[in-house]
Design a protein around this ligand. Structure first.
Ligand SMILES: *Cc1c(COP(=O)(O)O)cnc(C)c1O
Length: 699
C-alpha cells in the first residue's frame, strides 16, 4: 500500500490521494486546466468515461474513479511522467516572471484591480453564467492571469446555477435546476489572514444576512464568490444567491447588494485593498457607494468629496443598448433596502435615489444601476466602437450641455481568450492550403460526431427508439458546408431570420451538388416567451421531412456546446438587428478556428469588416447588408433575410464547393487565411485586458 495523504484542514472533503499523486490536488483546484489542454488530458487519461460523465470536472473525477484506479495511476510511469510535466508547468506558471505586465508596467505600482461581475463563464462544469457577458468575464480573468495583471474577480455562487435547458416533446423549453455542490467543485472556503473561513454580514431590512465566501483559483488570479446559503440565514435569505437572473426584482436588488457591497467588504476582510474596482455591467454598481462610504469613514470627507475622490478608482463597462438589459429598481424598494445605508453616506433616501435617475428631481422615476455606475465611475466604456457611440447617445442626458461626442463613454472592444476557444493543434495561417483544409475537415468531422451523440441522447430523452434516435444525427453529412448559429435567444439576435422563407431554405439545404446543413443551439431566458417561441419554431422545422438531417437544434447550450460549434462550423452566422448587438464574441471564437463569419454589420463585426473593406481578394468573411438601420424591424428582417439568402446561394456555397487540386477550395481557403491572419490577433482578451490595464487601470 502506498501512503495516504489526508488533509484535515479542508472543509470540502478532497479524496485521499496516494502520496505520489499528492500534487493532483493542486492541479485539480486550479482552473488553469480549463485552458491548458495537456492538464485536461491528464484527467481524461485517468478515466475517459468518468471525465466525460463528470462534465470535465477534475474534483468529481477524482472522487468518482475509486481507490484502485488511483493506486494504479500511482505506479504507472507514463501517467507519473505526465503528472510531473503538468505540475512543473503549473508551478512555473504560478511563479510568474516574464509576464507582459511585469515587463512593461512592473515598476508603475499598480495596486490590485478587483473585477466585479454577476456571472462568470469559466468552464462547463461550473454553470454560473448565462451567456456572452459571463464568458467575457471568465475570459477576462484568464487573460489577466496569463498577462500577470494583479487582479481578483468577485461574483456570486449560484447553487442552482442559471438553468439547464431541456425541451419538451413539442419543442418548448423547460427549465431544470443545476446542482452546483461546492464539495464537488474546484473551490475552497476563502480564509481570513488568520485562517478562519470568511463570512461577511449585510444589513437587510429588519435582519442581518450573512454570506460565506468561496475562493477559486484561475491561474494566478483568485475569484471570490459570495453565497448566502448558510446556516443562520432565514430560508428566503439562503435562497438569495440560489439562481442567476432567477428571481423577481426584490431578489435582484438583494443579489446586487450582496455582490457590490458584500463583495467589497469581503475583499477588505481578506486584507485586500483594491486600487481599482471594475464594474462589469450595472449589476455591481452598489460597490461604488461602498467605496465612497469607506473613504468617508477613513478620511472624514463628506459624500460629495468622497465621491470625487473615489471616481478615479472606479471603472464601468456597459454591455447592451437593449432596455431590458439595464436594472431598474422602484423607489420604495430602494428606500426599504438602502434607506438606512443612505444615512451612512450622509444622504437622504431621495439624494441617493437621485444618483440613479435620469432626472434627479423626478420622484417617480425608478432607480437605474447603469446611471448610478455612469455617475460614480471615473471611466466608462462600451464594448465596441459602434456600441461606444450608441451608448453616448443613449446616456447623453446625464451630461446636459455636453455635445454628444464629448459624453465620457469610450469603448474597449471585446475579445475572446484564445487558449480557451481555439482547438488544440490547429494549423496557423502560414500553413499550406492542404493543411489548412485538412484541419477544417477534422474540425467539422468532430462537430458532426459531437452533434450526433447529443442528438441521440436528446432523442432517447424524448422517448424515441434507439434506432429513431440515431437516425436524426445519422443524416448529417461530415462533408457538407456546415453553418453554426449558437447564442442566447434574445429576440434582437433574430435566430429565425434564416427561416423566413422555408421553401427557399429547403432548396438551399438540399441542393444535391452543394448541400448545406445548419446547427442551432441557444437558451431563451426563462421569462422570455418570445425567445422560447423561436426555439420551438426551429425544432418544428427540423422535424419536417424537407429539413431532416439538414437543420438541427442542440439542447443545453453551454460552453462545451459552444466550443464544439465554434471549432467545427465552416460558417458562423450572426444576424442581430443593428445596433442592438453591443459586441458579440462567438464569431471571434469561430474565426480563431478558421470559420468564416457571415454577419450583419453590428457590434465587433463593423470594426473587423471595415479594416477589410478595400481588400476584396483576401476578404475575411461576408457582411449581410451595409450597416443600414431600419426604423421598422419587420422591414429590416425582410430586407436582411433576402440579403442573407443571396449571399449563401451566390457566394458562400459556391466558394465552398468550387474545388481545386486535392479537393481544396481555393477561394474559401483565401478567405480562411485572411480571417485567421487578421481577426484573432486583434479580437482576443489579451489585447482587451492590455487596453483596460493601460487606459483605465493605470491611467
Ligand atoms: C461566446 C458565448 C456566448 C456569446 O455569444 P454571442 O454570439 O456573442 O452572443 C454566449 N454563450 C456562450 C456559452 C458562449 O460561449
Amino acid at each position: 500500500m502506498t501512503d495516504i495523504v489526508t488533509d484535515g484542514t479542508e472543509s470540502p472533503p478532497f479524496p485521499a490521494l496516494p502520496a505520489r499523486l499528492a500534487r493532483l490536488k493542486d492541479v485539480a483546484l486550479n482552473l488553469r486546466w480549463s485552458w491548458h489542454a495537456e492538464t485536461a488530458a491528464l484527467f481524461r487519461r485517468l478515466d475517459e468515461r468518468v471525465w466525460e460523465e463528470s462534465y470535465h470536472n477534475p474534483v468529481l473525477t477524482l472522487q468518482w474513479i475509486g481507490r484502485d484506479r488511483l493506486e494504479a495511476a500511482a505506479t504507472d510511469p507514463d501517467f507519473l511522467a505526465h503528472l510531473d510535466r503538468v505540475t512543473a508547468d503549473l508551478d512555473a506558471y504560478l511563479a510568474g516572471g516574464g509576464t507582459w505586465f511585469d515587463a512593461v508596467h512592473g515598476g508603475e505600482g499598480l495596486g490590485l484591480v478587483a473585477y466585479f461581475s454577476m456571472e462568470f463563464g469559466l468552464t462547463e462544469c461550473l454553470p454560473i453564467y448565462s451567456g456572452g457577458l459571463g464568458v467575457l468575464a471568465g475570459d477576462h480573468l484568464k487573460s489577466a492571469s496569463d498577462l500577470g495583471v494583479p487582479l481578483v474577480g468577485v461574483g456570486l455562487f449560484y447553487r442552482r446555477g442559471y438553468f439547464r435547458q431541456l425541451l419538451d416533446d413539442a419543442g418548448w423549453q423547460r427549465d431544470a435546476d443545476e446542482d452546483n455542490d461546492p464539495e464537488r467543485l474546484p473551490m475552497e472556503p476563502a480564509r481570513r489572514p488568520d485562517g478562519t473561513p470568511l463570512t461577511v454580514e449585510l444589513a437587510f431590512p429588519g435582519r442581518p444576512v450573512a454570506a460565506r465566501v468561496w475562493r477559486l483559483r484561475v491561474g494566478r488570479v483568485d475569484l471570490y464568490l459570495l453565497d448566502t446559503d448558510v446556516d443562520g440565514n432565514a430560508p428566503e435569505d439562503r435562497a438569495i444567491t440560489a439562481r442567476l437572473y432567477g428571481g423577481d426584482v426584490e431578489t435582484r436588488i438583494r443579489q446586487e447588494i450582496v455582490l457590490g457591497i458584500g463583495g467589497h467588504r469581503a475583499l477588505e476582510a481578506l486584507g485586500l485593498a483594491p486600487a481599482v474596482c471594475h464594474m462589469n455591467e450595472g449589476h455591481a454598481a452598489f460597490l461604488s457607494l461602498e467605496r465612497a462610504r469607506r473613504l468617508m469613514e477613513r478620511t472624514g470627507l463628506p459624500f460629495a468629496e468622497a465621491r470625487a475622490a473615489a471616481a478615479p478608482g472606479l471603472v464601468f463597462t456597459t454591455h447592451t443598448p437593449v432596455a431590458a438589459g439595464h436594472d431598474y429598481f422602484p423607489p420604495d424598494l430602494m428606500e426599504r433596502y438602502l434607506g438606512d445605508y443612505a444615512g451612512t453616506l450622509g444622504l437622504s433616501p431621495r439624494d441617493l435615489l437621485a444618483l440613479g435617475r435620469r432626472n434627479p428631481d423626478d420622484a417617480g422615476e425608478w432607480f437605474c444601476q447603469t446611471i448610478l455606475a455612469l455617475r460614480m465611475a471615473g471611466r466608462s466604456n462600451g464594448v465596441s466602437r459602434l456600441h461606444g457611440a450608441v451608448s453616448r447617445r443613449m446616456w447623453r442626458d446625464l451630461w446636459p450641455g455636453l455635445p454628444e461626442d464629448e459624453v465620457p463613454i469610450g469603448y474597449v472592444t471585446n475579445g475572446v481568450h484564445l487558449p480557451t476557444w481555439r482547438a488544440a493543434g490547429l494549423a496557423g495561417p502560414a500553413a499550406p492550403d492542404g493543411e489548412l483544409w485538412a484541419a477544417r475537415e477534422r474540425g467539422r468531422a468532430a462537430l458532426i460526431r459531437f452533434t450526433r451523440d447529443r442528438l441521440r441522447a436528446q432523442g432517447l430523452r424524448h422517448g424515441l427508439s434507439e434506432r429513431a434516435a440515431a437516425e436524426v444525427g445519422g443524416r448529417l453529412d461530415p462533408a457538407a458546408l456546415t453553418i453554426g448559429f449558437a447564442r442566447r435567444f434574445a429576440t434582437y439576435k433574430r435566430a429565425t431570420l434564416l427561416l423566413r422563407d422555408p421553401a427557399r431554405l429547403a432548396r438551399l439545404l438540399n441542393d444535391p451538388a452543394r448541400p448545406v446543413q445548419v446547427i442551432f443551439a441557444g437558451k431563451a431566458h426563462p421569462r422570455d416567451e418570445g425567445g422560447k417561441a423561436l426555439i420551438r419554431q426551429i425544432v418544428e422545422l427540423s422535424r419536417q421531412e424537407a429539413f431532416g438531417g439538414r437543420l438541427v437544434f442542440l439542447e443545453g447550450y453551454d460552453m462545451a456546446v459552444a466550443r464544439a460549434l465554434v471549432q467545427g462550423a465552416d460558417v458562423w452566422l450572426n444576424n442581430p438587428q443593428r445596433p442592438y448587438e453591443a459586441s458579440g464574441t462567438s464569431g471571434m471564437k469561430a474565426a480563431a478556428n478558421g470559420a468564416l463569419n457571415v454577419s450583419t454589420l453590428d457590434g465587433w463585426w463593423v470594426e473587423a469588416w471595415e479594416e477589410d473593406a478595400d481588400d476584396d481578394a483576401g476578404a475575411i468573411g461576408w457582411a449581410i447588408g451595409r450597416g443600414e438601420q431600419f426604423e421598422d424591424p419587420e422591414q429590416g428582417a425582410r430586407v436582411e433575410a433576402e440579403a442573407l439568402y443571396e449571399l449563401l446561394e451566390r457566394e458562400v456555397a459556391p466558394a465552398f464547393y468550387e474545388r481545386g487540386a486535392g479537393g481544396v477550395p481555393p477561394r474559401w481557403i483565401a478567405r480562411m487565411r485572411a480571417s485567421i491572419e487578421r481577426i484573432p490577433p486583434v479580437f482576443n482578451t489579451d489585447r482587451m485586458v492590455r487596453e483596460y490595464t493601460e487606459r483605465f487601470y493605470l491611467g
